[in-house]
Design a protein around this ligand. Sequence first.
Ligand code: NAD
Ligand code: UD1
Length: 341
Amino acid sequence: MAKILVTGGLGYIGSHTVVELIQSGYEVVIVDNLSNSEKTVLDGIESITGVLPAFEELDICDEKAFQNCMTKHAKIDAIIHFAASKAVGESIEKSLDYYRNNVFGIIQLLSLMRNNNIKHLIFSSSCTVYGQPDKLPIDETAPRKPATSPYGNTKQMCEDIITDAITSYHDFTAILLRYFNPIGAHPSAKIGELPKGVPNNLVPYVTQTAAGIRKELSVFGDDYNTPDGSAIRDYIYVVDLAKAHVKAMQRLLACENKKEIEIFNLGTGNGVSVLELVKTFMNATGVNLPYKIVGRRAGDTEEVWADSSFAEKELGWTAKTPLTEVLASAWNWEKKVRGIK
Ligand code: NAD
Ligand code: UD1
C-alpha cells in the first residue's frame, strides 16, 4: 500500500481527494495548519471511509516541523500539494502573504522532497494561469497569459519552480493539474466546502442565499459577449476532480509519465453561464433564488472552459456528473451545515 502525504488535506478539494485515495487503497498522511479548515473534517473523512488517516497539524513553511513529520511517517511514496492561500481578491490586498505561503511553500516542499528521497509530486494548479484565452476550449498547449492577480502569479511561479527543479535535479517526477471551477460536495453530505466569512465564489454564495444567510445573489455582469450576457465558466464536480488525483497518482507511481513533468487540464469541457447555473440550481432543488444583475467584477474573464481530452486519453478520466446532481449535492451540504430540513 503506497503512502501518500497530502498537504492541505483538510481543505475543500484535499478532503474529497483523501476520501478517494483511502477508498482506492492508499495510506494517507494529512498535513494542514487549519488556516482555512477545521479539524472536524477528519470526522467526516472517517465516517465516509471507515479509516481515520494520520493527521499532523503544522505549517508547511515551518521546515523543522515538516521535516519531523516526514521522519515520523517515513517512508512517503508521493505528495499531493494542495496547501496554499486561494482567494483571488485577498491576494491583491495581502500579496506578500500569498507569495510567502504559496511560493515559499513550494520551495520548502521541493527541498524536503529531495532531502527525504520522495520522488513523486502532484501539484494543484489552476485555469487562472491561462488568463483570458485566445481560443476556446483551452488545451494544455495554450500560452499562459500574464496573471490577473498575485494568486494567479503564485500558481504560474509554482509551475515554473517545479519545472526548473526537475530540470536541475532529475530526481523526481511531477504532474501539474490545472483545475477549472470545482463545485459541489460529497454525496454523503459529510464533507463539503466551508468558506470563512462572505463567500467570493459563485456556488457557496448561491447556497448561502438559498439558505437565507445572504439576501440575494449579485450576478456580476449581463453585458458580456455570451448568449445570455453573463460570464461563462467550466464547473467541475469536486468528487470527479478528486478521482482525477487518484488516476494521476496511479500514473506517477507506475512511472508511466512520458515526461518528468506533465500537465493536465481538469474540467468538463462544457461552458455554463452564471444565469444558466442559477436556473439549474432552482430546477435541481426547487428552491427560489433571489438574484439581481450588477456590474462586472473587476478582473473577471468573459468565458473559459476546458479541453480535457489529454486527461481523458492519458489518465482515462472524464468528469461525468451532471450539473443538476452537482448543485443538489452543494445544497444538501449547505442544509446539513445549517441544520435545514
Ligand atoms: P482550501 O483553502 O479549502 O484548502 C487548502 C488547505 O490548505 C486548507 O485546509 C488550509 O488550512 C491549508 N493550508 C494553507 N496554507 C497552509 C500551510 N502553509 N501549511 C499547511 N496547511 C496550509 O482550498 P481548496 O479549494 O481545497 O484548494 C486546494 C488547492 O487547489 C489550492 O492550492 C488552490 O489554490 C487550488 N485551486 C483551487 C481552486 C478552487 O476553486 N477551489 C481552483 C484552482 C486551484
Ligand atoms: C476564481 C479564479 C480561479 C480560482 C477560483 C477559486 C480567476 C480568473 N479565477 O475563479 O483561479 O481558482 O476563483 O477561488 O482569478 N459570480 C457572480 N456572483 C458572485 C460570485 C461569482 O456572478 O457572487 C460570477 C463571477 O463573475 C464568475 C463566476 O460567477 O463569472 C464564477 O466566479 P467564481 O466562483 O468566483 O470563480 P472564478 O472567478 O471563475
